[in-house]
Design a protein around this ligand. Structure first.
Ligand code: PLP
Ligand code: COI
Length: 355
């Protein structure tokens, strides 16, 4: 699908970038100078523009607010040692966004509109891309239903917006996770395989309960048997047991993470044994007991690789090997960083230069 829309650009009269230490800002709270907006009505995308980042008037009756016809993506851009900006696998985010759009009965975003909008936005706001080793520009494309209507129906109008913010580490420390068997992130036939806004709203209460017990995140299990791991918080989850990297196989309850795919690709490049299949709580806890569980980590765009150092289950804490001993995830983390910073060969063509 293509679109021939021209993007009108209104530049900010004065950049705010010097007001922040962009190499040291909290995640998701400081937004760069511009935003990209495309508007959909009468069955077509018919307006696209970049404007200074700002609040906008919206109706309280807007359907996204009431019934959650809203989807989003999360991706990142990096600055290499020469100061050039590149995005990590942006087309994969577009593909997933459109998978989400179909499931939520929303219009797909044409590839050239998405890519042109991104490119122009990042060209304008390149000064906001951190140059530090662990820094990046977090990019948040989202699509919302904007009909002013309280009836439960598919909206006729939408806005597709991209905003960005400089980002450092999402988790400053390794995390402890609680196995959650009372509340579920996703169910078969539901929307767990897409990035629908409601998936995140429903996760907040169980996460709060886990945090009150001293864990940073939950590790979701399947709603049918409660015997298998699914994801951890907003990340896919991986286990290194014996000589095998294990991760739950994709299904309609698991988000098809781009970081997940990148980690699996690197592991296969390195000749490792990789299994994508159901991973049971029992086998992981047994491996912890018999000493074959070497690494557990979450992976996602915001967090990259988040080391999991403890798993709580049925009132007991299972402590995991120290991060310093985790050769695989450390190598993956370093390799991904090197590719993103232009210091290692990008053999899978993951980086797309802005310009
Ligand atoms: N799982 C969930 C529920 C997520 O929200 C995310 C974040 O996007 C991921 C997994 C990881 O996906 P990705 O690596 O594409 O960011
Ligand atoms: C991401 O990793 O991009 C996410 O979507 C996680 C979270 C910030 C919602």
């Amino acid at each position: 699908m293509t679109s021939t829309l021209d993007i009108k650009i209104e530049k900010t009269p004065k950049s705010r970038v010097t007001e922040y230490d962009i190499n040291n800002v909290p995640f998701g709270k400081c937004f760069s100078d511009h935003m990209f907006v495309a508007e959909y009505s009468n069955g077509a995308w018919n307006k696209a523009y970049i404007a200074p980042y700002q609040d906008v008037p919206m109706s309280y009756a807007m359907s996204a607010l009431h019934y959650g016809q809203a989807i989003f993506e999360g991706m990142k851009a990096y600055k290499n040692d020469k100061g050039e900006v590149s995005m990590f696998r942006p087309v994969e985010n577009l593909k997933r966004m459109n998978k989400s759009a179909i499931r939520m009965a929303m219009p797909e975003v044409p590839q050239d509109l998405f890519m042109k909008g991104l490119n122009e936005l990042l060209k304008l706001d390149s000064a906001w891309v951190p140059s530090s080793d662990t820094g990046s520009l977090y990019i948040r494309p989202f699509l919302i239903a904007t009909d002013e209507a309280i009836g439960v129906k598919i909206s006729d109008t939408y806005k597709f917006v991209i905003i960005t913010c400089p980002a450092g580490k999402y988790y400053s420390e390794p995390i402890k996770v609680l196995v959650e068997t009372n509340y579920f992130r996703a169910v078969h036939g539901g929307v767990g395989f897409v990035k629908a806004a409601g998936n995140y709203g429903r996760s907040l209460y169980p996460t709060k309960l886990a945090q009150q017990k001293g864990y940073q995140q939950v590790i979701w299990t399947d709603s049918e048997t409660k015997l298998y791991f699914e994801e951890s918080g907003t990340m896919n989850v991986m286990f290194f047991i014996g000589d095998t990297l294990l991760t739950p196989g994709l299904s309609d309850t698991i988000l098809d993470g781009i970081t997940r795919d990148s980690v699996l690709t690197l592991a296969r490049d390195w000749g490792m044994k990789v299994e994508e299949r159901k991973v049971s709580i029992k086998e992981v806890l047994e491996a912890q007991q018999n000493g074959t569980l070497k690494e557990v980590f979450g992976c996602g765009t915001a967090a990259t690789i988040a080391q999991i150092i403890g798993i709580g289950h049925n009132g007991k804490d299972y402590m995991l090997p120290p991060v310093e001993e985790r050769k695989f995830s450390t190598k993956v983390d370093e390799t991904l960083r090197a590719i993103r910073k232009g210091r290692a060969e990008d053999r899978h063509h993951w980086m797309l230069k802005v310009g």
